[in-house]
Design a protein around this ligand. Sequence first.
Ligand code: P53
Length: 476
Amino acid sequence: MGFPENFLWGGATAANQSEGAYNLDNRGLANVDLLPVGEDRRAVVMGEKKMFHFLDDYFYPAKNAIDMYHQYKEDIALLGELGFKTYRMSIAWTRIFPKGDEKEPNEAGLEYYEKVFKECRKYGIEPLVTISHFDCPMHLVEKYGSWRNRKMIDFFENLCKVVFTRYKGLVKYWLVFNEINMVLHAPFMAAGLYVGDLDEKEKEKVKYQAAHHELVANALATKIAHEVDPENQVGCMLGAGKHYPYSCNPDDVLVSQLRDREDYFFSDVQARGEYPSYMIKKFEREGIQIDFEKEDLELLKNNTVDFISFSYYMSRVGTANPEIAEQTTGNIFDSVKNPYLPSSEWGWQIDPLGMRIMLIELYDRYQKPLFVVENGLGANDIPDSDGNINDDYRINYLSDHIKAMKDAIDLDGVPVMGYTMWSCIDIVSAGSGEMKKRYGLIYVDRDNLGNGTLKRSKKKSFDWYKKVIESNGENL
Ligand code: P53
């Protein structure tokens, strides 16, 4: 009973939100470097405002982030102290191929991640590596229009070949695209797509064409990973959260079901290997013409993922009458407010049971092992007069979600491989760009405008989570 013996406990981060050092050792510029903090961020993230170069009046938090690029040894030592079995992190494409379309990789970038993976292994930590956590070289954005262009598949294939070959034996768990469904909701942040000059119909077409290219690239990456090392395990990664019907009115139920399908489209292709009929119907109905190559269908069919991973922060609500319900705020996934749930300081609704519901649903749909690779609470932690952070609210959030996951394993028979909470250390928020939206077990002294010593200190949740891992999830 309880968690399996080899359960992969850990935490997660992403390169651009943590590393900084945006222009060191030949690193190229990426879409994710160019997201400013402040009120224009959203429009840039959505691909509505074009900002392909740094502008003087803006602050770009990813440039230096929490400087993990230089402090990785100290940071991984802390993860070792926590007893992590796994650490989910991402590689920056632009460290390895600074422009994206070069033939030869940048050795300095490859060496850097080799050192990081070896450092993890020193503590018995298994790296879980996201190949693209939203990032894409700006050169590819400017020259090719990013993922709307089929050439991206070749560039990405090069990256994958280099990475799988170089890190063979050091890394065996891979996620290809972080929250692949985010391309529909935040096209520039998630996929380097600027769409501000297109009408609604053209936008849809570009987003789904880019999605198709990513899905083909995902299948190709899975194929190469298995060829290079049969030990490799590749997962898809879905930004998850079920839509509950606002009421038991069948109209609300249907809307919710259809909204879920917009997300499941991606994992359906990745896990089952074919385009679902509902998406083909949508394309026909809306006149969205997607360019397929002959070989795509076979590639998708033959290279499905080994496991299903997902982020889960909250559930969502669907209604046929949005005008009568209150909208949530603060998230890229827009939703109607659920009157039964409390909200975080950023308006994200807190729903531990929704995690169990999600696990059941994804297992029923795919019958593949599941991996929860993001789950956590963003809060504005304030150190007390002794400098301590008593983040009981975070402990409660994590504890309630882990309990729900335990129920899914114990009561519902769902196989879960692991859990990497977001984020083990405070990093820059992807959605808001703020530093004060903190998720970490480790506090980092830095504010929204980059002031601070970058000093790391343990929060109360650090010791708590260490005990959770030590007891294999018994001590919650
Ligand atoms: P933040 C919403 C908005 C942006 C990224 O989000 C998101 C989501 C939620 O699904 O996805 C993930 O930092 C993402 C991480 C991100 C985390 O959620 O906006 O994979 O990069 O930091 C939390 O509070």
